[in-house]
Design a protein around this ligand. Structure first.
Ligand SMILES: Cc1cc2nc3c(=O)[nH]c(=O)nc-3n(C[C@H](O)[C@H](O)[C@H](O)COP(=O)(O)O)c2cc1C
Length: 448
């Protein structure tokens, strides 16, 4: 991340989760209610366990960076209190234990209290073994408390702030469930409106497929098992020109792929046609370029590239799919081994768990896409205040519509106005940095 940075903190059963977000321009309207909408969406979805649907009921408090409902340019601090904390105060106590408290805890362990007992029966598919080995713990709780996807609630809260910024630029990000347990939606049967899909059990636009997805989840639950699936995130209204072909770490596709695969449980990512294009001829895959429209957008015959070419947004909707593996914690646990003794055990540890989390992971992915796009927007357009960012974006959009460009060796032109009118530019865009939209010193200024 460059212009927009964020960090999260907090353990799953600690007092709270927190997110700090730095780089959001001043003057953006922001309330806790806006953030609550996305937090609630993350908690829904058929196949989630009791914790998600009842205990969590998340709400983020805004503790810094906002005054009278507007951001003021300083870091934004968001706090989500863990509602279950009261049941964990001793086990997850931050302060050192007094002798009395240590005895109290030891008595709980003696009595077989599950919360208090150190976890040593390793769960495959989690950070348990590698994490405990790496950090040198003999109690896996020190690892799972942070590795747990509960942390993604803080990301969703931060993502909601990024979403509020993108909304001002008319950029919209939404996800749906495309597949669960091998049952895929059929785009031709996707008859639901966005509102209808949003309200459905799995946020799936194809009602027929959704019924079968629900059945798959029920079958898994009855068998003591879990199922995975695929979510799809679509970002609309993204201006052409975010990211760059010039260097690996400026490519928008790479940043998005990293952001999506940073979500615990996501094991693959594809853009547009994705892996399917490897099985087609090139002639069937490329998105034929039609004409330039009056507003500066370009007609394309398809969007197989998923809105990204050469690491740059091309003005088409950005389409990303993520592969969600089946949940690792099985209600009917697999055999495993003990971290301390190294001996086999009959059953891995069981921590209250979901059966399937595809829709929720889609919401987390929306947050990661919003944060990544907001970062790239701010990198390109800059702006200490929202007004400044919006001005810069508007000037850039107008410039794209006018099709004015810079020639190598200096000089600027506007399509239809000069000798090179209508011909493609051979030079790079002049608006690559935070000074976007302003006249640059290197090339002669364009007439506005
Ligand atoms: C929203 C969400 C909820 C999750 N809930 C669970 C769960 O209840 N049980 C579980 O074992 N894993 C759950 N996971 C996945 C684990 O956090 C993840 O598989 C684990 O941390 C290991 O990381 P890895 O799968 O990326 O290797 C969830 C993931 C997400 C995004």
């Amino acid at each position: 991340m460059g212009r927009l940075r964020f960090l999260t903190a907090g353990e799953s059963h600690g007092p709270a989760l927190a997110a700090t977000l730095e780089g959001i321009p001043a003057g953006l309207p922001l309330t806790a209610d806006q953030i609550a909408l996305d937090l609630a969406r993350r908690q829904r979805g058929y196949g989630r366990g009791a914790r998600s649907t009842s205990i969590e009921r998340d709400r983020a408090e805004i503790l810094a960076g906002v005054r009278h409902g507007l951001t003021i340019g300083s870091p934004i601090l968001l706090l989500i209190r863990n509602r279950d904390w009261e049941n964990w105060t001793r086990v997850m106590q931050v302060e050192p234990l007094t002798d009395e408290q240590a005895s109290e805890l030891a008595a709980l362990v003696e009595a077989g209290d599950k919360r208090a007992t150190p976890i040593t029966r390793l769960r495959a598919g989690h950070a348990d073994l590698a994490g405990a080995s790496k950090y040198g713990f003999d109690d896996v709780r020190n690892i799972l408390e942070r590795a747990s996807a509960r942390e993604t609630a803080a990301r969703v809260a931060a993502g909601a702030v990024a979403r509020a910024l993108l909304a001002r630029l008319e950029i919209d990000v939404w996800s749906h469930t495309a597949e669960v347990g091998g049952v895929a939606m059929d785009p031709d049967r996707a008859t639901r409106t966005r509102e209808e899909a949003e309200a459905s059990p799995l946020r799936c636009p194809d009602p027929e497929a959704e019924t079968r997805m629900v059945t798959r989840i029920d079958e898994a639950r009855e068998a003591g098992d879990t199922v995975g699936g695929v979510f799809e995130v679509v970002a609309r209204g993204v201006p052409m020109g975010l990211g760059s072909h010039v260097h690996w770490d400026r490519r928008l596709d790479a940043a998005l792929a990293g952001a999506i695969t940073s979500i615990p449980i996501v094991k693959g990512v594809e853009f547009g046609l994705g892996f399917a294009q490897t099985r087609s001829f090139g002639s069937a895959v490329q998105d034929v370029i039609g004409r330039r429209n009056a507003d500066g957008s370009w007609a394309r015959a398809s969007n197989n590239a998923g809105g990204l070419e050469g690491g740059i947004s091309n003005g088409q909707p950005i389409v990303i799919r993520g592969a969600v593996k089946p949940i690792s914690t099985l209600p009917r646990p697999l055999p495993s081994a003990d971290l301390v003794t190294g001996e086999p055990v009959q059953k891995a540890h069981y921590e209250r768990s979901d059966i399937s989390v595809v829709p929720a992971t889609g919401v987390v992915a929306e947050a990661m896409v919003c944060l990544t796009l907001a970062d790239f927007v701010l990198d390109k357009f800059g702006g200490d205040s929202l007004a400044e960012t919006l001005d810069n974006v508007a000037r850039y959009r107008a410039r794209l519509a006018r099709r004015s460009f810079v020639r190598p060796g200096g000089g600027a032109s506007t399509a239809g106005a000069g000798p090179s009118a209508g011909r493609p530019s051979t030079g790079g865009p002049s608006t690559g940095g935070p000074s976007a939209g302003k006249t640059s010193g290197a090339a002669p200024a364009e007439s506005e």
